[in-house]
Design a protein. Structure first.
Length: 402
């Protein structure tokens, strides 16, 4: 049994603020529109969709109550199509695709849709709480610190300077603009519409292509106060990493991922069900994996899950043509490039979340779609896609273009 990707769609990413273009569009409507697009683009009977799995990192309020089932019903899917919401923090959208693929591989599903949604302008990040941050006993045991502190610890531990991080961010902006200018996202983007059918957003709104090293130099570090003001998280970090003299705070809004709204969906199925509809697979899934990593530094999981993926697929790093890693923070990608011995020309060739934003529950499915489109555009064969994850994890997938 094989699992194939037949389609991948995403909304543009809207600024995650009250003045963002998608603020008036609820998360249910965002998810509804990508699910409807998958159905309409492929012509499938949704009675053959055996599950809809959507990542959502803050599943409270209007994003609660199993948004996957709600959105499937709202998109007029067959009532026999169930839905489930999953949360693996920033990798939730990719975890949803991996679960969809596992259902196909096991024979449980003919078609399954994995994806995700997050309206960060309407449901603020961390508004669901959680013991790892809120329960002092748990936080003490796990050396809890916010993600930005972990990103700065990565920079300190692995010798990544403020200039390194800023230079990476400038290049992300340049690559994202080039990708949009050349129409590289055209196959996957669906414009978001309001209740009257008018288009409210058809491009990634968060991009700042005018960004320069000089403009970034004017920004103050975002996490210095959290780390240094008493009682600060730098103390916790130095207890966990006593070899460090201090934490070098290099990250700010310009070299960290943007807060945005958006949704994505990926259709996965076996060969027989694809043949029924005359659909040509776009890619074959070679391997899937998740892994746990040290929870204070938190964001080094990608290098370890990449090794796990390659071993499961019987591949070496040299067998991968294209690498995609979510740009949660600049140091995350720079450390990954060190660990995997990658040149910048091999990874995130169309920019990433620093330029375009990171709608938490949806990003994993979005970066998978970006890599799939790029394989087809470039004629390359294989891609390894992964994400760092809160609380110290990594989730990834290897796909092969057909």
């Amino acid at each position: 049994m094989e699992a194939y990707i037949y389609d991948a769609v995403r909304t543009p990413r809207g600024r995650g603020r009250p003045d963002g273009a998608l603020h008036e569009i609820t998360s249910v409507q965002l998810a509804t529109q990508v699910l409807a697009a998958v159905r309409d683009r492929t012509g499938i009977d949704t009675a053959d969709v055996d599950d809809v799995i959507l990542g959502c990192v803050t599943p409270v309020g209007e994003q609660g109550a199993d948004i996957a089932r709600t959105a499937a019903l709202n998109a007029d899917y067959a009532q026999t199509t169930p839905g489930v919401q999953v949360n693996r923090f920033c990798a939730s959208g990719l975890e949803a695709v991996n679960i969809a693929a596992a259902k196909v591989l096991s024979g449980e599903a003919l078609f399954a849709i994995g994806g995700g949604v997050e309206s960060m302008s309407r449901v603020p990040m961390a508004s669901d709480g959680g013991a790892i941050a809120m329960d002092p006993a748990v936080a003490y045991k796990t050396y809890f610190a916010p993600q930005g502190i972990g990103a700065d610890v990565i920079a300190t531990k692995f010798g990544i300077s403020r200039d390194d991080a800023d230079a990476y961010a400038v290049e992300s902006q340049k690559r994202a603009k080039m990708a949009w200018d050349e129409g590289r996202f055209a196959r996957s983007i669906i414009p978001v519409k309001d209740v009257m059918g008018a288009v409210v957003l058809d491009h990634d709104e968060h991009m700042r292509p005018e960004t320069t090293m000089q403009s970034l130099a004017a920004l103050k570090p975002s996490f210095a106060a959290l780390g240094e003001d008493m009682p600060g998280f730098d103390i916790v970090a130095l207890l966990r990493y006593p070899e460090l003299e201090r934490v070098n705070h290099v990250h700010h809004a310009g070299n960290s991922s943007g807060i945005v709204d958006g949704a994505a969906a990926v259709l996965v199925g076996g060969k027989d069900i694809g043949d029924k509809y005359g659909l040509k697979p776009r890619a074959r899934i070679r391997a899937m994996a998740s892994i746990g990593s040290e929870p204070l530094i938190m964001l080094t999981g990608p290098e370890f899950v990449a090794g796990k993926l390659l071993a499961r697929a019987g591949m070496a790093a040299a067998d991968i043509d294209l690498w995609e890693l979510n740009e949660a923070f600049a140091s995350v990608v720079l450390r990954y490039m060190q660990a995997m011995d990658l040149d910048h020309s091999q990874i995130n060739v169309n920019g990433g979340a620093i330029a375009m934003g990171h709608p938490l529950g949806a990003t994993g499915a979005m970066v998978l779609g970006v890599a799939l489109d790029e394989l087809e555009r470039s004629g390359k064969g294989t891609a390894l896609i992964n994400l760092c994850v809160g609380a110290g994890m990594g989730t990834g997938i290897i796909i092969e273009r057909i």
